[in-house]
Design a protein around this ligand. Structure first.
Ligand code: AGP
Length: 608
């Protein structure tokens, strides 16, 4: 997520903005910039890299005098990290400056329209389109112009704007991205999040969707997109600075679990157009996609687990053979990469050493590489032949949750695209799958609402020594992720097992009180998993089951049951993983573990 800070008042704006952006660094970013009105014109300074580069460039903001300005830390979505892609973005004569958090989904069409009108673009970003569109419609009245532009852009945004011919005013607006306004005797603030302004004020207004803000040094006014003035409530922030970075959540991991509905929606919605799956950024023709004979999905850790799930989805929907490999194994096993193979590497960070090495090995063997990556401009994103980004925003907690969920959705979309171009998915079948996808965000929200019940269950197993996760088919892939989540943050030993494999050895480990988590989301396998549950229960296990709503038969073999909403069997991982994330989280919290920074682990394993 990008970070926005704006200020107008008695103080010099640049130092206030730099200070505010520093408090938003936790959000992750790759470049930063500021625009300040210096009495004559809007001055813009921006640079790729850490905030200190901008601080040095502007000597702590002192080279940018003025009492009104906007600033930004950029988490790249469209356009690699670079000086020119950094925000603020301006119109040609720099009389309008814009900073933006979010994604303008229809920026390509808008850009084409503006280019046809003679507009020139300097950057690859979607945000520059907003600056130029404001210029195109500008009639001297910022409020009217902003309202007109809002009726034409689609997507999610929090925007900060300045107009050189209105030097005593700043403007802001939001849709689906957070934006707050701070008020004080020294002036008024806009920011993406509370930490940026806590030093100056605790009086804040939470801006709601499509509310336009006009602020001067002395007052703040709010308007609808129809330019009607509205009154907003000023609230007092009680948080301390540290908890404010986590949006009031105790840990980043919990905050990021709660972000899963949004990131799932952000990942699929721009890629569903007129009832078809459209993955423009891939630049692979349908014909070339249809010609692919075999797919290798290669990754590490949780990313590998999304590949295990994706195998079932690709093979089930598109009938294309899929092999899934741990990158650290793939790179040494001399795989047979025949003509017509495609390697899909999955990576949140885009910097995992083993995955990058596997990519290079396959590429050297002449195999095309598709990267499913979260960090724009990362090594894997740059070296893959094709890239499909998961728009999960920066993930701070070491244990991945929202990026994992976004990776699943990206792989679902790819599988549906493959099925479509191979003639394996009818119009009706595609429409149903798209409907199921669109229901996922609300359904994830519903499953998250079980967290208190799951916390109670978790508190019974804080002293557990061994925990087993079992499932069949996609449920086995889900079990792998559930087991890893528990291990990596609670330090309890855990194993995931294909349920049918238990009796071939591991069941000897089941003792009185051993916790077994059974995942059962595949109706065709309900009866099978129940018999496995009976097997472990008869040896003393305590069974925690996750299953589809309505499968109440499972209650006869389980001690605890969490039901997930009905969805397509291919998409159940997106829902069943939520209770497992929460179980791991609450057990780790109960054990006093450092949930966001578990011992021995790094967020990105850039060494072998
Ligand atoms: C998952 O919670 C872990 N943080 C870890 O397994 C991670 O998924 C793995 O290291 C792969 O990282 P990547 O997605 O950045 O490549």
């Amino acid at each position: 997520m990008c970070g926005i800070v704006g200020y107008i008042g008695k103080m010099q704006a640049a130092p206030v903005i730099l200070d505010g952006l520093a408090k938003l660094e936790y959000r992750g970013y790759d470049s930063a910039g500021m625009a300040v009105y210096n009495g004559k014109e809007i001055r813009v300074e921006k640079s790729v890299g850490r905030l200190h580069v901008l601080e040095n460039l502007t000597k702590g903001g002192t080279t940018m005098p003025g009492t009104a300005g906007i600033g930004h830390t950029r988490w790249a979505t469209h356009g690699v990290p670079s000086d020119v892609n950094a925000h603020p973005h301006c119109n040609a004569d720099k009389t309008i400056a814009v900073v933006h958090n979010g994604i303008i989904e229809n920026y390509i069409a808008l850009k084409q329209k503006l280019v046809s009108k003679g507009y020139k673009f300097l950057s690859d970003t979607d945000t520059e389109v907003v600056a130029q569109l404001l210029d195109y419609y500008y009639n001297g009245d910022p409020l009217q112009t902003i309202a007109k532009v809002l009726h034409r852009v689609e997507g999610s945004y929090a925007l900060g704007m300045m107009f050189a011919d209105h030097p005593g005013e700043l403007y802001a607006v939001r849709k689906d991205c957070p934006l707050i306004i701070g008020t004080s005797d020294d002036g008024n603030f806009m920011a993406s999040d509370v930490p940026a302004i806590l030093k100056y004020t605790r009086s804040v207004v939470y801006v709601d969707n499509q509310e336009i803000v006009r602020m001067t040094a002395d007052e703040v006014k709010f308007y609808t997109v129809d330019e009607e003035e509205i009154q907003k409530k000023v609230e007092v922030v009680e948080w301390d600075a540290n908890s404010a970075e986590k949006g009031g959540y105790e840990h980043f991991m919990l905050k990021e679990m709660h972000e899963q509905p949004k990131v799932v929606k952000d990942t699929f919605s721009p890629r569903i157009k007129k009832g078809e799956i459209v993955i423009d950024e891939l630049k692979i023709s349908d014909k070339d996609l249809a010609a692919i004979k075999k797919i290798f999905i290669v990754a590490c850790g949780s990313a590998y687990h999304t590949g295990m799930t994706a195998k079932y989805v690709f093979e089930g929907l598109a009938r294309v053979p899929v092999e899934v490999d741990l990158a650290s194994e793939f790179r040494y096993r001399n795989p047979i990469l025949e003509e017509g193979s495609l390697v899909i590497v999955v990576s949140q960070s885009g910097e995992t050493a083993d995955t990058l090495a596997a990519l290079r090995m396959a590429k050297d063997a002449g195999c095309p590489i598709l990267g499913v990556v979260n960090v724009v401009g990362s090594s894997i994103a740059r070296e893959a032949d094709y890239v499909m980004y998961t728009w999960a925003g920066p993930e701070i907690a070491v244990a991945t949750t929202k990026a994992y969920s976004a990776q699943l959705v990206a792989l679902y979309l790819l599988a549906m695209k493959f099925a479509r171009v191979r003639g394996k998915l009818s119009d009706a079948g595609l429409a149903e799958l798209i409907e199921n996808l669109k229901e996922l965000p609300a359904q994830i929200e519903m499953v998250m609402n079980n967290r208190e019940e799951i916390q109670k269950i978790a508190n019974r197993f804080l002293a557990a020594k061994d925990v087993f996760f079992i499932g069949r088919g996609i449920d086995y892939a889900i079990s792998l992720e559930g087991s890893l989540k528990l291990k990596e943050i609670s330090y309890i030993h855990s194993e995931a097992y294909a349920a049918g494999e238990l009796k071939h050895g591991t069941i000897s480990l089941i003792e009185e009180g051993t916790l077994v988590a059974a995942i059962s989301t595949q109706p065709a396998l309900y009866a099978k998993i129940i018999s496995n549950m009976v097997e472990v229960k008869s040896r003393g296990a305590v069974v925690f089951a996750v299953t589809n709503a309505g499968n109440t038969e499972i209650e006869k073999a389980a001690d605890y049951v969490i039901y997930i909403p009905e969805t397509n069997p291919y998409f159940t991982d997106s829902l069943a993983v939520i209770p497992l994330q929460l179980l791991a989280y609450y057990i780790a919290v109960g054990r006093g573990c450092d949930v966001d920074k578990p011992r021995n682990l790094a967020k990105s394993v850039t060494v072998e």
